[in-house]
Ligand binder design. Sequence first.
Ligand SMILES: [Zn+2]
Length: 283
Amino acid sequence: MLVTGRELLQDAHKNNYAVGAFNVNNMEIVQAIIEAAEEMNSPVILQASQGGLKYAGVEYIAALGKLAAEKAKVPVVLHLDHGTDFDQVMLCIRNGFSSVMIDGSRFDLEGNIEITKKVIEVAHAVGVSVEAELGKIGGTEDHITVDAKDATFTDPDEAKRFVDETNVDYLAIAVGTAHGVYKGEPKLDFDRIKTIKGMLNMPLVLHGSSGVPDEAIKKAVANGINKINIDTDLRIAFADGIKQFLKENPDNIDPRKILTPAKDGMKEAVKEKMVLFGSVGRA
Ligand SMILES: [Zn+2]
């Protein structure tokens, strides 16, 4: 069933686990994620990135996500990742998303509060949950690049003020992760997560989580992270499935045959993440 992000993540917050938010771009990916969630009896978040919306179109993503959620035996959230502006967020709400992110992290604190409040006023009126971001997460995601020198960690006092003024449902914080593929090993600021969690007492979100060692993810969850965005690790699993199949069957031209091992590989990757995040059996 389709549920709001608030409902799903409040449970994760109260019971100290995290829910995976996996990027969706086509039918096979949606099916891989939903099948994994059902087999693990786990809640799940399907999220559309800016690149995903450009690739498939908001109507296709919404239709796929809503159908999948409706048929699923587990709670499913359909979420917009890194919403750029008010109009795009409204378009997604109109198309049936149950959660949206407004990313005002490119503005100063006042500007971020302003755009977030504007979105929340409308979203909450129609029962849609909202994620915002405070601090700047480094790396590249769908053509948006933040240089390492421009990435800034979330300030706990600013976070407290931000949440008090906006009434946001969950907050993405910058604590040392980056979007895309890591060159070295990322160093997470666990104390900062713990401090922010203690001050806000609400669900927190970790972006750029692919490639972060399992132990660090577990520690981040133990310190208060409740939504974990994963894209790169799933892309790797999907691409590996295709490469392997075509290596063994170079003459095969059937898209169904080519995409099945990709889907299966991605499904296994999603299941591993659900185990790691502690969401298994929480549906
Ligand atoms: Zn992100």
